[in-house]
Design a protein around this ligand. Structure first.
Ligand SMILES: NC(=O)c1ccc[n+]([C@@H]2O[C@H](COP(=O)([O-])OP(=O)(O)OC[C@H]3O[C@@H](n4cnc5c(N)ncnc54)[C@H](O)[C@@H]3O)[C@@H](O)[C@H]2O)c1
Length: 345
């Protein structure tokens, strides 16, 4: 059974290992959350910070009094760092990650790693070239209920997994203007929220997609693959080479009757497994196991999962800075995102 790490992953042995020296680039909403998680877990030492916004970086600096505040990525790269944690607007990720990797630093980047498969692959290639650890914040993989589901699927508990229903509606939509600028955001609700659903479908099945059909909307009207329009509702069906089918729906600003509707259900020949958010929460999830018409709860809140991906990356970095080919999954996800957008690159 999956147990969250005690004390957010910190163990006594961590104090004896040399701790990786990290810089944080972009300490806005998510950057500051991840910074607190690393500071609490103590796998790594936060020695440098940079953000375009002086007020934002000053607030983050209060969390890590010993850290140097630098003006830019270039300034951070001059420091003696083992790794950089990137949490800037999406369109900047690829270029910034490649610059850090080319300077022989490991990278943990917010999702999406990049806007397209081609761009994603170029970051992965840079990590392989530098032989440096590259991680991306697919944070939902670390929700306790998701881990319970993954363990059961891997153990064959639901037989052959053949159907998935995945949904992520954020009824508020993002509250920052850059998310609505296609040049900075790289897309709308699909690249923001749907990416988590695509990642879960591929990760649970260990499969690749063979076919995709999709429909994108903006303010209630179907739209094509125009780069200047941002989708706020997407429905897609993925056929996988395992034989499984995944139905995905995601949106911003849907009249959803709750702040958020988040769910991931997996159906096999012997049973089902399902995760859903509780009372419209973005953070609280229940996971259940189904057999026929019966159901059993396998995970409940509270569960502070948000920082686990970055803490896991920092723990792995403390062991080895070397490239981990598992990051290729980010290119597989980006390939599906391109296909749902009906992009012909
Ligand atoms: N893993 C997840 O589940 C998850 C959740 C939320 C957001 N995200 C991702 O995190 C990223 C950031 O989102 P956010 O909501 O925290 O945005 P945000 O606007 O709150 O933070 C971005 C920060 O980057 C700074 N910045 C912009 N350009 C910069 C530059 N060139 N150099 C240094 N700093 C720069 C901004 O000043 C800002 O403080 C996005 O890519 C988003 O998709 C991931």
């Amino acid at each position: 059974m999956f147990e969250p790490e005690p004390n957010n992953g910190h163990t006594e042995n961590d104090d004896k290992r040399p701790r990786p020296r990290l810089g944080f680039l972009g300490v806005g909403w998510i950057g500051q959350h991840r910074l607190k998680s690393i500071a609490e877990a103590r796998h790594a030492e936060i020695v440098g910070l940079a953000d375009l916004n002086p007020g934002v970086v000053a607030a983050a600096a209060l969390e890590v009094p010993g850290a140097d505040v630098r003006e830019s990525l270039e300034q951070l790269l001059l420091m003696d760092l083992d790794g950089i944690v990137i949490a800037t607007p999406t369109a900047l990720h690829a270029e910034q990650a490649i610059a850090a990797l080319d300077a022989n630093m490991a990278v943990f980047c917010q999702k999406p790693l990049a806007r397209t498969e081609r761009e994603t692959q170029s970051v992965i290639d840079a990590a392989r070239r530098a032989d440096r650890l590259l991680g991306v914040d697919m944070s939902y993989r670390f929700v306790r209920g998701v881990r319970e589901i993954k363990e059961r699927i891997d153990a064959g508990a639901i037989g052959d997994l053949y159907a998935m229903d995945l949904v992520f509606h954020n009824a508020y939509g993002p509250d920052k203007s850059w998310y609505y600028d296609p040049k900075l955001a790289g897309g709308g609700c699909l690249i923001d929220l749907g990416i988590h659903l695509v990642d879960l479908a591929l990760w649970m099945t260990r499969a690749n997609f063979t076919e995709v059909s999709s429909r994108l909307y903006a303010q209630g009207k179907p739209i094509g693959p125009e780069a200047h329009r941002l989708e706020d509702y997407v429905t897609a069906r993925l056929g996988l080479d395992s034989g499984a089918t995944a139905n995905l729906v995601c949106s911003w600003h849907l009249n959803a009757g709750a702040d958020a509707v988040i769910g991931a259900s997996f159906y096999g020949t012997k049973g089902g497994l399902s995760l859903r958010n509780v009372n419209g929460s973005f953070y609280d999830f229940i996971a259940e196991e189904f057999i026929g018409t019966e159901r059993k709860v396998i995970a409940t809140p509270p569960d502070s999962w948000g920082g686990r991906a970055v803490v896991d990356w920092a723990g792995r970095l403390a062991e080895s800075r070397a490239f981990d080919p598992a990051i290729e999954s980010a290119a597989a996800v980006a390939r599906v995102i391109d296909a749902i957008y009906q992009r012909n690159e």
